[in-house]
Design a protein around this ligand. Sequence first.
Ligand code: NAP
Ligand code: MG
Length: 403
Amino acid sequence: MAKIEMKTPLVEMDGDEMTRVIWKMIKDKLICPYVDLKTEYYDLGLVERNETNDQITIDSANATKKYGVAVKCATITPNAQRMTEYNLKEMWKSPNGTIRAILDGTVFRAPILVKGINSLIPTWTKPITIARHAYGDVYKNSEMKVKDGSKAELIVTDKDGNETRQLIHEFKGSDGIIQGMHNINKSIASFARSCFNFALDTKQNIWFATKDTISKQYDHTFKDIFAEIFETEYKSKFEAAGIEYFYTLIDDAVARVVRSEGGYIWACKNYDGDVMSDMVATAFGSLGMMTSVLVSPEGVYEYEAAHGTVTRHYYKHLKGEETSTNSVATIFAWTGALKKRGELDGIPELSAFAEKLEKATVQTIEDGIMTGDLYVLSTLADKKKVNTEQFLDAINERLAKTV
Ligand code: NAP
Ligand code: MG
């Protein structure tokens, strides 16, 4: 059988530890036998990041801007222990943070649902995709402890030196605390555009919520920017696609989410997204089943698994012990990227292949063949735990029958 030809290369960002091991297996077993894979390869493994003073990460992000689609393996974000383990020149920043800053993107996380792995919330039968704004608010705050008898004010000095002041609180009878936060309209607008684009792309409704009734300037600005961009740039496109933009208060949103069946995108401010993404991920089950895609406001896409490098499994693997690491999210990162490349380059066979690989992966688990993390969750009566490699081989058996 002739392999499927590609036109534009995918930007391939290799990574670390167990996910690096899986990365190669997925390519060798599930992609390269069927696709004449064209990639521009960037090794974001920690060794190479250290060698290149992290230039490789910057180069990979710029390549993603140029070509439009990337697929990324999980990577180590160094801490003190990694400094010695890898003999690092510097504690290099998180590659995801660097790439996100260059692409100005928003991260969308969505669970992969399979029969037998049930959500802890029984009504959630379709995925809930969370989009988290990744700039400002409490993550870039300025805060102080304040002594009794102090007066705290907000002071803004404009470019001509004029001051505007506003009282925060006069502390009488107790010490206290204060906090200053900011955001920038440009970042909020990018967030809104990424969300609306992704909703159109995946044909799902999008929900957004803030506490605008209480925060009449800060949160209300988020609401206003979303509303204006929607009205002027997206309303007719949404109508044509038959999808909706729905705005509500954050507490109402939480209540509706819990009662919903899923199947939409939930755009969250930075803090809400931090908290809610953990809640949603936990309710849907395993980290190994959570995908993540970074979407820029210009429509550049970078696909990855939401989990890390699965260090504990890697150390076992190095000792020659058997591992049972879930490769599903990493497979779906590849299929997401291949589908997008097929769509952009007009190669329907490529997109169709990616869909078949996704179906074969889901079918394998629904046939009762799964890795250890899923084995403990699955309610299937007839189930079998397999090792990392056997799982990929079982997918390939099913894939080979459909292509
Ligand atoms: P992790 O790699 O996601 O793993 C945490 C635990 O979750 C694992 O030990 C494993 O539990 C379970 N798990 C996660 N993914 C799994 C999979 N595919 N199959 C089976 N089990 C899975 O998170 P971490 O241990 O906090 O971080 C490890 C490294 O990854 C760190 O260096 C961190 O910087 C990096 N990281 C990278 C990214 C990224 O590149 N996007 C994201 C997060 C973390 P058991 O051990 O109980 O089996
Ligand atoms: Mg969190």
